[in-house]
Design a protein around this ligand. Structure first.
Ligand code: ATP
Ligand code: SF4
Length: 319
């Protein structure tokens, strides 16, 4: 087990209290595993992803354990985290335009990253490492002399992937890595990511609101709703035997391109207010199966047929 998250709570302090963005999440990640994290916007996916690098805004408070190779990094200070970021755990962000410094040449972005962790590596060797990873993502190393703003959106995302992987981290967190790109470029980028992940034998946390995107990549999928991890299972079970009513609704909301009218079925209702979250199940106000206890008590995690599901419907199966 490379990563083990236990009883993780993340709250954002705000004027009228705090936003309960992640509540009591328990999840682990194995070597070489790809874990998909899915859920609607605002479910806490990015908060959870960023907590693994401790790059959350200042008003965020982390409680619980984030154990990376046996060390609880939730307690690490900034100096200790700087040694982890990029070298052991790295992140591919949603929008490379804002995450890549536009006034630096691409080669300087690489040199900066490499030198931060390995100051002893000579520049020519660092440039060779950078050129190699750039060609792995399909970019001619000669373009290292250009600035990131000179690249197209898809190419910029490839630069970002190369930069995140140049130090061969054990874990890469990809947060909506293709959201801003068109469908064809999206598919190409995911292909590059999958190839490199396999070659480098990395573990990956792939965050997306789109269940379709994780379909081909993820080994297991965690479904988040309003800060709770409501279902966790293999990708196959999530697709073919979804247990939680929210997962079922999410799957139905995927547009089916085989259907002529391409009806998009949204889940009726809104996410609850996370400053005053409901007392019981956070999905209760939108759930067609809600019963009394759902409004009263947060459901525990039930193990059903190798799936972990946070829903009272499974109470009788096994507690
Ligand atoms: P998206 O896909 O839109 O990024 P998400 O599922 O990743 O959504 P988060 O961005 O993690 O969700 O947000 C979880 C909750 O925390 C939301 O209610 C959001 O409004 C809230 N939140 C995020 N950042 C802050 C902040 N700095 N201060 C207060 N609340 C915040
Ligand atoms: Fe629906 Fe109740 Fe299950 Fe929540 S616990 S998803 S409200 S049935």
């Amino acid at each position: 087990m490379i990563l083990n998250i236990k009883n993780l709570h993340i709250n954002y302090e705000v004027k009228n209290g705090y936003v309960s963005a992640v509540q009591d999440v328990n999840i682990s990640l194995s070597e070489n595993e790809t874990l998909g994290l899915v859920g609607e916007s605002g479910c806490g996916k990015s908060t959870l992803g960023k907590s693994l690098l401790k790059i959350l805004p200042k008003n965020a408070k982390i409680l619980g354990e984030i154990s990376f190779k046996g060390q609880n990094i939730a307690q690490y200070n900034e100096k200790e985290m700087r040694k982890i970021r990029g070298k052991h755990i790295s992140m591919i962000f949603q929008d490379p335009m804002t995450s890549l410094n536009p006034i630096m040449k691409v080669k300087d972005l690489f040199l900066e990253t490499i030198k931060a962790h390995y100051p002893e590596i000579p520049e020519d060797e660092a440039l060779e490492m950078s050129g190699k990873i750039l060609s792995d993502v399909g970019i001619d190393p000669i373009r290292m002399n250009e600035y990131s703003f000179q690249f197209s959106g898809g190419m910029r995302q490839r630069v970002m992937i190369a930069l995140s992987l140049v130090l061969k981290p054990e874990i890469v967190i990809a947060d909506e890595p293709t959201t801003s790109l068109d469908v064809i470029v999206q598919a190409q980028i995911m292909e590059v990511l999958k190839k490199l992940k396999d070659e480098h034998k990395m573990s990956m946390v792939l965050i997306t609101h789109d269940l379709g995107v994780v379909a081909e990549l993820a080994d297991r999928i965690g479904v988040m709703y309003a800060g709770h991890l409501v279902e966790l299972s293999t990708a196959e079970k999530i697709y073919y035997e979804p247990k939680h009513p929210y997962t079922q609704a999410l799957l139905k909301s995927i547009p089916n391109t085989n259907i002529d009218d391409r009806e998009l079925r949204y889940i009726p209702g809104d996410l609850p207010n996370l400053v005053k979250p409901p007392k019981g199940c956070r999905f209760a106000s939108r759930c067609p199966y809600a019963k009394e206890i759902c409004h009263e008590k947060v459901p525990p995690d039930f193990e059903v047929d190798e799936t972990r599901v946070k829903c009272w419907l499974y109470e009788k199966v096994k507690a």
